[in-house]
Design a protein around this ligand. Structure first.
Ligand SMILES: Nc1ncnc2c1ncn2[C@@H]1O[C@H](COP(=O)(O)OP(=O)(O)OP(=O)(O)O)[C@@H](O)[C@H]1O
Ligand SMILES: [Mg+2]
Length: 460
């Protein structure tokens, strides 16, 4: 029904209307809102006028109940109180993202037309449609709808009450929008946190504005508290990670120190047992040769001892840092080491595919060489093997080295722990695993009473 028909049937004349009002109520709790709405509607209904309320579903029942309690007979409510679902009301005149003026006016007309006689005694309207739009973030549409209501109340004797929860304006940058909403109303009613005593409209607006700022501040304080709590939790987590890493680092450096110590003892032993003994023998022979300078057998022995010393010193220095890796490449260095090991240990060692090792980076080469040394020495010390086999192959993205023996096998618990975490083995295997993993590779041991096999794999 067009607006002209509404005004004619409603009988609440056109033009500037001194009986009109467009008030806005802010609230914190539903209970307070319901009391205000019931007070607003009941006085008009009891005077024989019409109540028109666009309400959200949770408020509808409470309003009916409270109207009854406030003395409005149920037949009056039934006859003259029009309760419309706010979402449905919006669907009648929203087109796209904006309210349509013509549809808005005709919608109000459609609801009021059947009550034209009572409407002459006054119309009290209440609307939550703007709050619904606001909750969906459709601020512009809400302000446009406020304007349509203002125009409507300008032309018709309607006492209109709008309502918004104060929490809708609790962000720091909501101040401007809050002021905009207030500006569209003839009077502003602050939320219940400020009780009465206000007589002047200016004072009420000021109080409402302060309430909005307080709500925004409270929210900001809450957000900061949350952020601080999150920060504290992160800090605790970070500290615990640092502690764990520090402990792991300390353990590793202890292991390395131990390893260095073991290495030094080995070198000292080698020097003492091999070169030291040779030099002692050489000294004795030289003393004898001083007395028997023409004894050629003595000089030959001195020669042999010196040769042996030179050989031992070269071997030792090669073991400590194999320059042969840089000079001749890893395949040749590995071959030299394997052959030398076989000679010194008496264990037969076969090897194949070592050329595949030539593509490895400098860092990886040294790690592979150390792994080869450690696994062969382990075979010598622990496996009681007669035969070992060293092999290497090139896969799509990696190079693998396998050192296997036909010895007594390894304790299966140790094998399992080594494969899963690297724990519970000696420094030798642990440090191989650590070094290989540092380079992005991995190690694996398989073992049975027929022998043990260690495979390391490094990226190309
Ligand atoms: N080839 C093998 N055959 C049988 N047992 C082995 C073999 N290799 C290693 N093991 C077992 O695994 C254990 C751990 O070896 P790992 O090299 O880590 O330490 P280690 O040789 O005892 O001491 P180190 O720290 O001086 O190397 C050995 O003590 C031994 O019991
Ligand atoms: Mg070892």
């Amino acid at each position: 029904m067009p607006l002209s028909e509404v005004t004619s049937v409603a009988g609440f004349g056109e033009g500037a209307n001194t009986h009109s009002a467009h008030r806005v109520q802010f609230y914190n709790h539903d209970g307070y809102l319901i009391s205000s709405v019931v007070e607003h509607l009941s006085s008009t209904l009891l005077r024989g006028g019409v109540g028109l309320a666009f309400v959200t579903e949770p408020h509808r029942e409470q309003i009916c109940e409270r109207l009854h309690l406030s003395g409005v007979p149920s037949e009056v409510v039934e006859a003259h109180c029009i309760l419309v679902d706010a979402a449905y009301g919006l669907s009648c005149f929203m087109r796209g993202t904006a309210p349509d003026r013509r549809l808005f006016n005709s919608t109000l007309g459609d609801f009021l037309a059947p009550h034209s006689t009572a409407a002459a005694q006054g119309v009290a309207a209440f609307g939550e449609m703007v709050a619904l739009l606001w909750a969906e973030g459709k601020y512009d549409a809400a302000i446009q709808l406020e304007q349509l209501w203002t125009d409507f109340t300008d032309q018709h004797a309607v006492q209109l009450l709008c309502a918004y929860p104060l929490s809708y304006f609790s962000r720091a940058d909501d101040g401007k929008r809050f002021a905009q909403v207030c500006a569209h109303h003839s009077s502003v009613i602050p939320a219940e946190s400020f009780i009465s005593g206000i007589v002047e409209e200016d004072q009420a607006r000021e109080v409402a504005e302060l309430q909005q700022r307080a709500a925004a501040l409270a929210k900001e304080v809450e957000a900061r508290k949350h952020a601080e709590a999150r920060l504290r939790a992160n800090q605790v987590e970070l500290e615990s990670i640092v502690q764990q890493r520090t402990a792991a680092l300390r353990k590793l450096s202890l292991q390395l120190l131990k390893l260095q110590d073991i290495e030094r003892r080995r070198v000292a032993r080698e020097l003492h047992e091999s070169v030291g003994q040779d030099f002692a023998g050489l000294k004795m022979n030289l003393d004898l040769a001083r007395h028997f300078p023409h004894n050629t057998e003595l000089w030959d022995k001195c020669d042999q001892l010196l040769e042996h010393c030179i050989h031992e010193v070269r071997t030792l220095s090669n073991l400590l840092h194999p320059p042969i890796i840089e000079d001749a490449g890893l395949p040749s260095a590995a071959e030299w080491y394997v052959q030398d090991f076989a000679k010194r240990s008496g264990i037969r060692v076969s090897f194949h595919g070592l050329d595949a090792l030539s593509v490895l980076s400098d860092q990886s080469r040294l790690v592979v060489f150390r792994a080869l040394q450690e696994s062969l020495i382990n075979i010598y010390r622990h496996a009681r093997a007669t035969h070992a086999e060293v092999s290497s192959s090139s896969e799509e993205n990696s190079i693998t080295l396998t050192v296997a023996d036909n010895g007594v096998g390894m304790d299966l618990k140790k094998v399992e722990q080594f494969n899963s975490s690297g724990a519970s083995t000696g420094v030798g295997l642990t440090s191989i695993r650590e070094r290989v993993r540092e380079l992005g590779g991995h190690c694996h041991i398989t073992s049975s009473p027929q022998g043990t096999s260690l495979t390391i794999s490094l990226p190309k």
